[in-house]
Design a protein around this ligand. Sequence first.
Ligand SMILES: C[S@@+](CC[C@H](N)C(=O)[O-])C[C@H]1O[C@@H](n2cnc3c(N)ncnc32)[C@H](O)[C@@H]1O
Length: 253
Amino acid sequence: MRVGFYDLLFGRASNLIGEGEFYRDFTAGTGSVLEAACGSGRLFPALGAPGRLLVGFDASVELLQQAQAHYQGNAGLGRPLLCAQRMEDFAFGRRFERIVVGYYGLSYVLEPDGRRSFLQRIADHLTPDGQAVLHLPDADLLRRPVPQAEIDAQRGSLVLTKEASGFSGRLAYQTTENRVVENGSVHITALAFSLLDESGAVLREEEAAMHYAILDRQDIVSLAASVGLRLTDCRRGFVDDIDSELIVTLVHP
Ligand SMILES: C[S@@+](CC[C@H](N)C(=O)[O-])C[C@H]1O[C@@H](n2cnc3c(N)ncnc32)[C@H](O)[C@@H]1O
């Protein structure tokens, strides 16, 4: 997905209500935070603080450039340090008090060996009393067969204002695919986007397909145990009345 549409569309999704406050609490009082698969730095305002080391990495150089342009000069966030690395084999010469794998990051690692390697690296980079949080989509929701009529109805548009988005117009979206493949282990969501100006003229069109590994709580417990980590908290949303997510906290035993 090109830079821009992602933050505009997903940054306001209703399943993310309470996300910023959750991460602010999670990182409160700490001196070092690592965000894996940080993308465009959407979570940096919640993760950064003056005097705190905030490190983010992502596989997409394009998204990292956007994160850099937005946040690197922001004194309120400390000094976010960014680099291109992959979840499966990331390495830093230090440990962190908090590690955040936000917005479905782990679900993007489709190979079981890659997920195990990623979790091992999280364990290796966490201070002895540190905590890591992983945010995934709810597995049962991903497994649910979605009738075509429901897929067709998953469309809408967001009004964009110059003040909030730097552009006046509309972002229209339509789900084009929503299904489970690979013997029930991978979910595909495909979306088509159009950016329209105030007169309704289409300025840009784009398609994106997200492939998510389907993982439930027990999968995470087993994965964590295989690298010597333990689950201490598990919730289904950042706030109590949301149950579409799986948000787990891991620590060293
Ligand atoms: C849904 S986005 C989440 C971005 C950010 N954490 C947020 O909350 O907005 C998933 C991110 O994972 C990154 N990604 C996907 N596969 C990756 C991999 N193997 N290693 C590192 N980053 C990866 C993508 O580039 C994308 O930025």
